[in-house]
Design a protein around this ligand. Structure first.
Ligand SMILES: NC(=O)c1ccc[n+]([C@@H]2O[C@H](COP(=O)([O-])OP(=O)(O)OC[C@H]3O[C@@H](n4cnc5c(N)ncnc54)[C@H](OP(=O)(O)O)[C@@H]3O)[C@@H](O)[C@H]2O)c1
Length: 286
């Protein structure tokens, strides 16, 4: 008989600077019963109101900068992993604030869009490693995909720790930093593309005479069902599409129209626009 035990992920002390949607998604993963954060989790926010939302979470110590000017510094002292989860324009300010209090072997993990490894490495002591990442919002339900790029000072062990952190909320893919903005246009923004498709097909269902509730059920269940089918069978999506598309049938006619709209060219243009904007945002203001 084989006994299969759930594997426990053990992580060192973690500090989250910023407690918004992205930090909350990752925290959800860390609070799973198969994850153990040895030295506990520290979380900082701007408002006391946000910090108070963690009052009932035993393994989390929450600090708010509006009532404790030392909040971010207190959170990083003794933390091996420091997750920067503030808005991108605040990253430099928050790093400058905590730099002197970071542990010499700390790993700073940024989820901030567009802030480069070079900028962050310049803002922290030379012994501190930096890893830049790009998660996405399905991390909230453990179905995220996170791109991870090692900074110049990050060891294999540092990257392995960051990988273990994000694997608590989904899949992880390692890419060079030069590819991270492109990855963001696919998986970072990707959930928005899927939601847009759902919105548009729902409008079409309503136009075909279905009540709003019926349209919602038909479309949302179709997206969920198709995704689950893809995951469960491991088949190529093109093959699964062929299986719904009988020769000379009705789906074939619909697919012909969709293909004539050159969806691939539309996606190329959409992701190019996102990439151009990422480059614009990365340019120093002035
Ligand atoms: N949301 C996404 O889809 C997504 C995807 C990938 C990456 N990201 C990245 O994740 C980062 C956070 O985004 P978000 O959507 O989670 O933003 P958010 O919900 O606005 O959260 C930002 C958090 O930062 C806190 N904060 C503000 N100033 C602070 C300070 N000086 N010190 C400590 N905490 C401070 C805020 O506190 P209060 O709550 O008290 O205001 C809030 O909890 C961004 O850099 C973004 O690029 C987001």
């Amino acid at each position: 008989m084989t006994v299969t035990e759930a594997r426990t992920t053990v992580l060192p002390t973690i500090a989250f600077l910023g407690a918004g949607s992205m930090a909350g998604a990752i925290l959800n993963g860390l609070l799973s019963p198969v994850v153990s954060v040895a030295g506990g989790i520290r979380v900082t926010s701007r408002t006391a109101q946000k910090a108070a939302t963690f009052a009932d979470v035993a393994s989390v110590t929450a600090y708010a900068t509006e009532i404790d000017a030392d909040a971010n510094r207190a959170a990083v002292r003794g933390a091996k992993l420091v997750v920067l989860a503030v808005k991108p324009h605040l990253v430099a300010e928050v790093l400058a604030e905590v730099a002197a209090d970071l542990e010499p072997d700390a790993v700073v993990v940024s989820v901030a869009a567009g802030v480069t490894v070079e900028t962050m490495e310049a803002a922290v002591p030379a012994s501190v490693a930096v890893v830049r990442t790009m998660p996405n919002t399905p991390a909230q339900v453990g179905r995220g995909v996170t791109g991870v790029s090692a900074g110049t000072r990050a060891s294999d062990d540092d990257v392995a720790l960051v990988r273990a952190l994000f694997e608590t909320v989904g899949a992880v893919i390692e890419v060079p930093e030069s590819q991270l903005d492109a990855l963001s246009t696919i998986s970072g923004s990707g959930p928005a593309y899927v939601f847009l498709l759902i919105e548009e097909l729902t409008k079409t269902a309503v136009a075909k005479g279905f009540a709003a509730e019926q349209a919602k059920l038909l479309v949302e269940q179709t997206f969920l069902g198709a995704s689950e089918l893809l995951a469960a069978t491991g088949e190529d999506p093109a093959e699964l599409r062929r299986r719904v598309t009988s020769p000379k049938g009705t789906t074939e006619k619909a697919i012909e129209v969709l293909q004539a709209a050159r969806l691939s060219a539309v996606f190329d243009r959409a992701t190019d626009a996102a990439l151009a904007r990422a480059r614009e945002l990365a340019r120093p203001a002035g």
